[in-house]
Design a protein around this ligand. Structure first.
Ligand code: AMP
Length: 293
């Protein structure tokens, strides 16, 4: 496995493989959820004959943090991350410095954000500027790694939809082809008790870790709703009983994240919850369909 810590080293690697790679962007502090993405990326590269294999980026992107202290305390575990990437079959890890991603002259901002990034009451309402930062860094990482396919987690459901919409909006192509860059979503990897794995879970105390379980339970309870409104009420009630006040607990159309007062038959929906437990803001989501009874 190659470790590229400069753009020159990455360029040298990327330019030797004209068919491109499978790309997995991360912020490090890797856990088994990331490991699953990397294994899938390595498998996709093999199956599609992408001889560059899977490139994993490890970069804590300052422009997507609205909370300075969250950025400053973001865990950095590079040695363990490299071991996990190696074990999961990565061919190359790109671990750049800030100036590799944001050179002194700056990089062009995205002309506009896709609509799915700014839906009312979701991430943009609580983390203004977050998706502008995500789109900026993901577009830049695509430019540097030139992937044929990129892998993202469903754990960050809105982010996955934003990246898909951005690729469509910008006409980003899969390396060496005229086809749109393929974005693969990977189901959320959970602890045995249902908690969605996250790099920030390490900041939870034992008691907070127990309380945090209510989020995946509330998503499960939401399945009892016959309408989005009922599901939202059940989810909020379940959370409130455990003393958890969510930023949001909603059901939205899965791809556009639009709110539908009445369920439209044949449409795919997603339940999404974000709530602060102790020092950590936790995100989780699950497929949702109206309860038949
Ligand atoms: P992060 O390092 O948190 O920015 O995450 C990097 C990628 O890993 C993103 O595409 C996340 O959605 C994905 N990811 C994080 N946690 C999980 C998880 N528990 N299951 C699946 N994918 C995940």
């Amino acid at each position: 496995m190659i470790v590229a810590t400069s753009n020159a080293a990455l360029d040298e690697y990327v330019s030797s493989f004209p068919r491109g790679c499978a790309f997995v962007p991360t912020m490090g502090a890797l856990h088994e959820g990331h490991g699953t993405l990397v294994r899938l990326g390595a498998g996709l590269a093999r199956d599609r004959g992408l001889t560059a294999g899977c490139i994993v980026s490890i970069f804590v992107n300052p422009t997507q943090f609205d909370d300075k202290s969250d950025f400053e305390r973001y865990p950095q575990t590079l040695d363990a991350d490299l071991a996990r990437c190696r074990e999961a079959g990565a061919a190359c890890v790109y671990a750049p410095a800030v100036q590799d991603i944001y050179p002194p002259g700056g990089i062009a901002p995205l002309p506009q954000l896709p609509q799915v990034a700014t839906r009312p009451q979701l991430e943009d309402a609580f983390r203004p500027g977050h998706f502008a930062g995500v789109c900026q860094v993901v577009a830049r990482l695509f430019e540097l790694t030139q992937p044929a396919v990129a892998v993202f987690g469903e754990k960050d459901w809105q982010q996955l939809q934003v990246v898909r919409a951005m690729v469509a909006m910008m006409g980003t192509k899969s390396r060496g082809t005229n086809a749109p860059l393929d974005i693969i979503g990977v189901p959320t990897v959970r602890e045995d008790d249902g908690l969605a794995m996250s790099s920030r879970n390490r900041f939870l105390s034992t008691a907070e870790r127990k309380t945090a379980l209510i989020i995946s339970r509330a998503l499960h309870e939401g399945r009892k709703g016959r309408t989005s409104h009922e599901a939202q009420t059940v989810m909020k009630w379940t959370l409130a009983k455990a003393g958890v006040m969510p930023d949001y607990a909603v059901v939205r159309e899965a791809e556009t994240l639009e709110y539908h007062k009445n369920v439209i038959p044949g449409t795919t929906y997603r339940a999404l919850i974000t709530a602060r437990v102790g020092p950590v803001r936790l995100l989780d989501n699950a497929p949702w369909s109206p309860c038949a009874e």
